[in-house]
Design a protein around this ligand. Structure first.
Ligand code: GAR
Length: 194
């Protein structure tokens, strides 16, 4: 049995698409069972639907400032779909300890920097401004600290002369699309073996 994975998105969903495509390979070890967005009409939702993956939207706006109430609604959707592992893929919400605790050891995130460098936002501009020679991306387990959990895998890309945050973001995304499916597959296969 393949591990049932839900992918949480807020936007374009290019990492989500890479995870869905990789899941279709016979040796993937996981199934992209559900895509959940916190943003109505997020670009990734249509892509997921076109790929035949079930989608759900739990708009955070409806919950005002009550983050945990929103998370409880998201969690209910995940449990209903018998999800075993959650992959955050451009899910732009800071999670409360409630959701993190409920999925401890079973929730992964991809972050566009070589953690522990540049947690948070604007990672590409910060790496360029610092004069770094390389940037990259990290897949890690989600813990209470933002972008702080144990690292499962990283990929590096060069920062080139005259780089812009946009150009670097594209280069990093290409690396993300290879890294995330590879790490998720290994993670799910590890779960199978117990
Ligand atoms: C990705 O680069 C991902 O690493 C980043 O958002 C982008 C989503 O793109 N995530 C974060 O910044 C999380 N803090 P996508 O929607 O095309 O996958």
């Amino acid at each position: 049995m393949k591990t049932r994975v839900a992918i949480l998105i807020s936007g374009a969903g290019s990492n989500m698409a890479a995870l869905i495509d990789a899941a279709r390979r016979p040796d993937s070890g996981y199934e992209a069972a559900l895509v959940v967005s916190n943003v109505e009409g997020a670009g990734g939702l249509a892509i997921a639907a076109a790929k035949g993956v079930a989608t759900a939207t739990v708009a955070h706006k409806a919950f005002g400032k009550d983050r945990e109430a929103h998370e409880r609604a998201v969690d209910a959707v995940l449990r209903e779909a018998a999800i075993e592992v959650v992959a955050l893929a451009g899910y732009m919400r800071v999670l409360t300890p409630w959701l993190v605790g409920g999925w401890r050891g079973r929730m992964l995130n991809i972050h566009p920097s070589l953690l522990p460098l540049y947690p948070g936002l604007d990672t590409h501009a910060r790496a360029i401004r610092a004069g770094d020679a390389e940037a990259g991306c990290t897949v890690h387990l989600v813990t209470e600290g933002v972008d702080e959990g144990p690292i499962l895998g990283q990929a590096r890309v060069p920062i080139v002369e005259g780089d812009t945050p946009g150009a670097l973001a594209e280069r990093v995304k290409t690396a993300e699309h290879e890294l995330y499916p590879r790490v998720l597959r290994a993670f799910c296969r590890g779960l199978e073996r117990g």
